[in-house]
Design a protein around this ligand. Structure first.
Ligand SMILES: [Zn+2]
Length: 204
């Protein structure tokens, strides 16, 4: 099995364009601004993706929270003091990893790895194997360029029937993917819970 990360060049470029990307730097001024409510100045983002609450915990760590689809999405602001440039990182609300970018998807902000813009093939656990299988089956039906084909936050239930396939075959294949997705989510949630404990907000 090949090692390392695979960034399918044309693919990730195509998919990246599907989502609006926010850079950690845009939050830099929030490190010194008063605690309170703010709004991102962007025409590309929905209202819910723009409004944020700035908070601070007892250790003076700052967080921003977006309320999207009635669920809080908390993002930590982490300044990297080790670099000369004092780079700011933001954490992904799902995997909690430090990122320089997050992407606005329909009901969330998430990092590129969580929404499947790229993925590593090494050390696959059952959850990853299942995720890979779901993505492969989706591509067989809807093709590589179908929006959200890699996005595990979207489910295939209402995706349309491609023209080339008969209804019966389509329904069988789609139901199979549906079934796998149902197996996938409890695994994904269980893993997030053990890793992040109470920080994780169940959103389904
Ligand atoms: Zn993530």
């Amino acid at each position: 099995m090949p090692k390392g990360h695979h960034y399918g060049r044309t693919q990730s470029r195509a998919y990246t364009g599907e989502y609006h990307r926010i850079h950690a730097n845009i939050f830099k001024s929030l490190l010194t601004k008063p605690i309170g409510s703010y709004s991102l100045n962007s025409d590309y983002l929905s209202d819910e993706h723009r409004k944020l609450a700035l908070t601070e915990n007892e250790n003076s760590f700052r967080f921003i929270t977006f309320t999207i689809n009635e669920k809080p999405h908390q993002i930590a602001l982490k300044l990297d003091h080790s670099s000369a440039s004092n780079k700011l990182y933001i954490t992904c609300p799902y995997c909690q990893k430090q990122r320089q970018h997050l992407y606005a998807i329909k009901y969330a902000y998430a990092c590129r790895q969580c929404i499947g813009l790229n993925y590593a093939s090494q050390s696959e656990r059952p959850k990853e194997r299942l995720m890979r299988r779901i993505r492969k089956l989706r591509k067989e039906l809807w093709g590589h360029n179908w929006p959200d084909v890699n996005n595990m936050f979207e489910q295939v239930t209402y995706w349309p029937k491609p023209k080339w396939i008969r209804w019966k075959t389509f329904e069988q294949k789609r139901n199979k993917i549906n079934e796998l997705e149902k197996q996938y989510w409890p695994m994904a949630i269980a893993q997030m819970k053990t890793t992040f404990g109470d920080q994780f907000m169940e959103y389904l």
